[in-house]
Design a protein around this ligand. Sequence first.
Ligand code: HGY
Ligand code: MN
Ligand code: MN
Length: 412
Amino acid sequence: MRMHGIKNRAEVVVNRCQKLAGFSEDLASTRRTFLSPPMHDCHREIAGWLSPLGVKVSIDAAGNLRGVYPAVERNAPKLLIGSHLDTVPNAGAYDGILGVVLAVALLEALGQRRFPFAIEVVGFSEEEGVRFGAPFIGSRALIGRLDDELLSRCDAQGISVRKAIENFGLKPGKISQAVLRADTLAYMEFHIEQGPVLEKLGRPLGVIDTITGQSRLEFTFVGRANHAGTTPMDVRYDAIAAAAEWITAVERLARDTSGLVATVGRINAKPGATNVIAGEARLSLDVRHGSDEARTGAVDNLICLAEQIAKRRGLSVSDNTLLNQQAVRMDPILMNEIEEAIRKTGCEPHHMVSGAGHDAMILAEKVPTGMIFLRTPGGISHDPAESVEVEDVAKAIECGLHLLDQIASSKA
Ligand code: HGY
Ligand code: MN
Ligand code: MN
């Protein structure tokens, strides 16, 4: 496999990620949620890079970009390489996107060389779960789990997933055509680590053993709105004060429980005026742990704590589970192949657990799946300061080319 020009290709990858970051719902920052208008620009830009390579590009009914680089022969099995195209609000330029742009760079580096398998580049439409609260909409379509319950979920404007698909110009009735065929060889995902581990070890690339499970819930504390000036402190039913006491308890439980992380990332209060005691506080909760039992136990504990705090303060509280995603192990054979490919780049691979969720944890339900992490400078992600080293991207491209060779020879 020719490795020359890899550094230039890596620079192109970084520049392309930065260009795609400009396709946003917001003027001064990057936010691209499920099938929002800037996703059309994203699809068009990526299709413009893929088409000259002889790749047939389509958008499936769940809004996933699908680009197939043909095999030596027709009707050959497919190897999927990709990641997600959506972002969190005020995002960086690499989370998800890098995995798709890097897949394009791999195809460009092949110089029209063909394999005994087709290579499908996939850009998933929604992994973060920002717009509808439920993540993995795009990847769930590929394994046939984009069900009516999820299609009926509504965003803050009351638009359902189904309607958002129609508004984007797609046909929800064709979602079943997005499902992977049985001849899918594997799914590989390159992704930034989004944490400090590889940087601390001085390693450019990591091999993922397991993706941590995660729970996402919404809690609503309901008290009694009243006048901030005339209501004595001992007859208040303040929803924000109750929520604040619970949020502190969430943080304390996570700090005191080894391996547990728990986050309240969003709080909305009503009526939201300075001079009115809040009658309602609606909060998000994100809980993760390498052990599903520890995670679900922590969630049960936090639900009890919310009920105790609400009862003591004379309020009510309700909770709604948006996601209960089990931890997922990656394919052991692919892990070995990735480890070997990383060694061929001259790097020492590091096996690690992913604290972030990924589309790979959904695909792994149906096809052998592997993930490669790239070092994240400063461990910063889900923020405009998110970055990646060109040299590490070059190593990842080299690793990807070795992987293609290895998979081809294992199929020979
Ligand atoms: O939240 C996550 O784990 C990922 O960034 N979607
Ligand atoms: Mn993310
Ligand atoms: Mn991601």
